[in-house]
Design a protein around this ligand. Sequence first.
Ligand code: GLA
Length: 458
Amino acid sequence: MAAESPAMRRVQVAEHLRLLKLKEMFNSKFGSIPKFYVRAPGRVNIIGEHIDYCGYSVLPMAIEQDVLIAVEPVKTYTLQLANTNPLYPDFSTSANNIQIDKTKPLWHNYFLCGLKGIQEHFGLSNLTGMNCLVDGNIPPSSGLSSSSALVCCAGLVTLTVLGRNLSKVELAEICAKSERYIGTEGGGMDQSISFLAEEGTAKLIEFSPLRATDVKLPSGAVFVIANSCVEMNKAATSQFNIRVMECRLAAKLLAKYKNLQWDNVLRLDEVQAKLGISLEEMLLVTEDALHPEPYNPEEICRCLGISLEELRTQILSPNTQDVLIFKLYQRAKHVYSEAARVLQFKKICEEAPENMVQLLGELMNQSHMSCRDMYECSCPELDQLVDICRKLGAQGSRLTGAGWGGCAVSIVPADKLPGFLANVHKAYYQRSDGSLAPEKQNLFATKPGGGALVFLEA
Ligand code: GLA
């Protein structure tokens, strides 16, 4: 199971409208027929926010929306990329000289991340060229992982062009690592679920070693995604990396406080593992060791006995070196409590008590509060949307993905779904100023979808 590769499926392209349209557009763009197609899905994270890069398990499911790429390998060493969305301009480069510009998160850079990851994994300097037409229907900058889906899709495209084989786990690990070429220090959740997802089930994703376990969601409830319509591109700001660094610094200070070797500690889970105590106990240690007032760089240096120069160059990422305030207590409290909520969520799904939808909803509500107050990764519009969802019948609602905008996910009793959708639509999207387009892709019920795969024309 662990070594399983992404599926390769033969399809009648003429019977799949989206594939057929893509094939026709490919033909008018490149004057030829695609050799194969690859799809990689976006995801919604049900619970476990901002803890994957701290080493803790998360609980996402793939959604039906995805990135689909039509591909034709060519004999030249040129990579030509086009997108069905006119907002994303064509791009071409030599496949032997991949440069990823970290200063601008341009769409094609995500493709290059996936390609470069595979190229480096096999130690190849000469890659064959290819023509690719990309078609995505995951709303961008909405917390549903449109960028990772593109990285994963490009990784699988490159692997297929090379005629090589890798397991889903290997692909997920390579793509998680190579997406960091964009400059964000993300964890591995998005890439893992994009490859390891299976239809009909959410997954508990655990790290080091990476593995995915089925989590059966309650049959009496539906998960609804609602977009706050506040766009958040995590590569365009340093907020995301600041949180990663705050967690890293908190881990080091906690380790130091407990007289552990702290200099090689990078993640909050390592402190827990070294102490061999529970998450609840880690919350108590956090309260003893850290203070709620923000830390400045000088205080951190004093605590660790290092110079400002060492802090900047050896611990912080390039885009966080000038940060003046770090909230370590709040971030560590969020991470340890959120990690515990993920495990409780999974346990409730397994035990399936009668009031499970209510219990799961409460955990989702607590998660949102912690994201809002302790991790400070929400925004007023998301808070308002989550409140509306709860008032209109959701048992629980929370921001999903990186936050600071993007989507909320709600758990809604199945019999309340039609009324819920209609009322949320009225309350959030039909504003008097008409500023939010009531598009179908802003508010929809979702089911666990399948993972990345390759289509060949039958
Ligand atoms: C982004 C990152 C993930 C994860 C989430 C927050 O989606 O890519 O690795 O950290 O944010 O939970």
